[in-house]
Design a protein around this ligand. Structure first.
Ligand code: ADP
Length: 523
């Protein structure tokens, strides 16, 4: 698809330079344009900031007629309209606040072959609610004026993704209603599962899938052991922000609204220019915080995952996760907001097992919530694998750790450490005893992860808590232990019980885990 010998290739290049004022295509853009111009359905996975919009904006200009763009957020749509206006490309949006005569003008343009309107942006909600637009678009299709339907953030269709939006399910009718019009779905992250789901929801099983590599070579990935006390954690963060990242822009992702607010207060008390951002802020407040950050009045945004879509600040030098992300996809997307300008940037994740149990109660009612969280857990505790190898595995890509260029903590330390596999059956035997004993004592056998680690600590006095947490995490990922969720009217509690492999009564199965040791002779 990369060829430049299509009937439209010359004109494509002319539009790129003369109208979009760009020198050359970025990876994958030309292929996507060739696919949609060939009237094939297409799914494209490109990281944020890599230039997805051009993939439908250029064909919109090239093919004349109308391109319908479905986009999740009005603010994103408005940004694009401003850009297009500057380039002299006619585009419009329909939403609740569109004036009546503008609505009429747009509706007429949809069926007028001489109109200059090229792109019509709508949110999925708007499309689902407005029969009139759907009728007009149908007319437009009959007149062969509707050329392309582009769906931004297309992973929102799938409940398996990290951002499911019910309104996106309505989009399943597009393929049937607008026959012959190619569909282009765009997203920054999607696993093979999510992509298959999206294809079947949209009815585009034959879509050509194009994926720009997941790798962001300028990002340094690191996992840090989370300090045991709040005070120690603050010290760690303050020294990072005030010393290493002095005057640079960053984001700290927190678990909850309360954590955001508390951490912001504590950081400010230590002289850090921080502000918080979460879903409970009024929308004008959010805009204010965002702007302060964009213009450098605030260095650090302390945010929940609500701070995300539509954030496009190129010089974010670090993204810190105060606690574990809820899935690998979330982590990739959230940490990926660092270093959009291509210069070095840091993605640091603080890990302790307690955060996993906290997060698991939040995600356990989602379809694949716990499995997604455990893939994130696996990323954090795999001591001997390049972080990029873990990410690549998740996105079904191949990756060799030698390509990492020591841009992750594991590769950087690999010369100093060696790895070995140790037998942890002895620990598991004790844990099993504790769980069974608990059952006879409380007659329910319910023990939380935190309590469990505390009790094993009493048996293995010379073993550090961090090591014991590592043992428990490994036993969970290997199925010897599992979380069992208990729903009360006020909250969900995670208890640890024996997993399928752990119930095996013969007791002969060996459990192991990988550990790192300082190499002899290394300083
Ligand atoms: P995405 O939707 O993938 O996050 P955008 O479409 O918003 O990314 O593009 C990000 C930035 O990259 C924009 O400023 C855009 O103008 C720029 N861009 C896109 N394509 C090119 C290109 N071929 N050459 C140079 N800059 C480009």
């Amino acid at each position: 698809w990369e060829l430049e010998t299509y009937a439209w290739s010359q004109e494509t290049r002319r539009i790129l330079t003369e109208i979009f004022k760009l020198e050359d295509f970025r990876p994958m853009q030309r292929s996507v344009i060739n696919v949609v111009m060939s009237k094939e359905d297409c799914l494209v996975i490109m990281s944020t900031g890599s230039g997805k919009s051009l993939c439908y904006q250029l064909p919109a200009v090239l093919s004349k007629g109308i391109t319908l763009v479905v986009s999740p957020l009005i603010s994103l749509i408005e940004d694009q309209l401003i850009q297009l206006k500057k380039l002299g490309i006619e585009a419009a949006t329909l939403n609740q606040s569109t004036a009546k005569d503008e609505v009429t003008r747009i509706q007429n343009a949809l069926t007028n072959p001489n109109s200059n309107l090229r792109l019509l942006y709508v949110t999925p909600e708007k499309l689902a609610k407005s029969k009139r637009i759907m009728n007009k678009l149908e007319k437009s299709t009959e007149l062969k004026l509707l050329k392309l339907i582009a769906i931004d953030e297309v992973h929102c269709c799938s409940q398996w993704g990290h951002d499911f939006r019910p309104d996106y399910q309505f989009l399943n009718i597009l393929k049937r209603q607008f026959k012959g019009v190619p569909i282009l779905g765009l997203t920054a992250t999607a696993t093979a599962n999510v992509l298959d789901d999206v294809k079947s929801i949209l009815g585009i099983q034959g879509a050509i899938t194009l994926r720009a590599g997941f790798n962001r070579s300028n990002l340094y990935y690191e996992v840090r052991e989370k300090p045991p006390t709040n005070e120690a954690m603050l010290e760690d963060l303050t020294s990072l922000i005030n010393d290493r990242f002095r005057d640079q822009s960053g984001i700290i992702y927190c678990f909850s609204r309360k954590e955001c607010e508390d951490l912001t207060r504590d950081l400010r008390n230590r002289g850090v220019k921080a502000a918080f951002y979460h879903a409970y802020l009024e929308s004008d407040q959010r805009t204010k915080v965002h702007e302060k950050w964009l213009f450098g009045k605030v260095n650090v945004i302390v945010a929940t995952v609500a701070f995300g879509m539509g954030i496009d600040k190129p010089d974010v030098r670090y993204v810190i996760h105060h606690s574990i992300a809820k899935s690998m996809e979330n982590y990739y997307q959230e940490s990926g907001r660092a270093g959009r300008d291509g210069k070095p940037a840091f993605c640091i994740l603080y890990y302790k097992i307690g955060d996993v149990f906290r997060q698991s109660t939040m995600v356990c009612s989602e379809k694949t919530g716990t499995a997604n969280l455990y893939s994130m857990l696996s990323y954090t505790i795999r001591v001997n694998d390049c972080r990029r190898v873990c990410i690549a595995e998740h996105f079904d890509e191949t990756w060799d750790s030698s390509w990492c260029n020591k841009m992750c903590d594991v590769c950087e330390k690999s010369q100093k450490f060696e790895f070995s596999e140790v037998d942890i059956s002895e620990f598991f035997a004790e844990i099993k005893k504790i769980i069974i004993q608990q059952r006879t004592e409380t007659d329910q056998g319910r023990i939380t992860g935190g309590k469990l680690v505390e009790l094993i600590g009493k048996k293995f006095k010379n073993t550090s808590r961090v090591y014991l947490e590592q043992v428990v995490a490994n036993l969970i990922l290997q199925g010897f232990l599992q979380e069992d969720f208990h729903f009360t009217p006020y909250s969900i509690i995670s208890y640890i019980v024996l997993g399928a492999r752990g119930k095996n009564t013969s007791g002969t199965e060996k459990c192991t885990m990988k550990v790192q040791k300082v190499k002899i002779g290394s300083s």
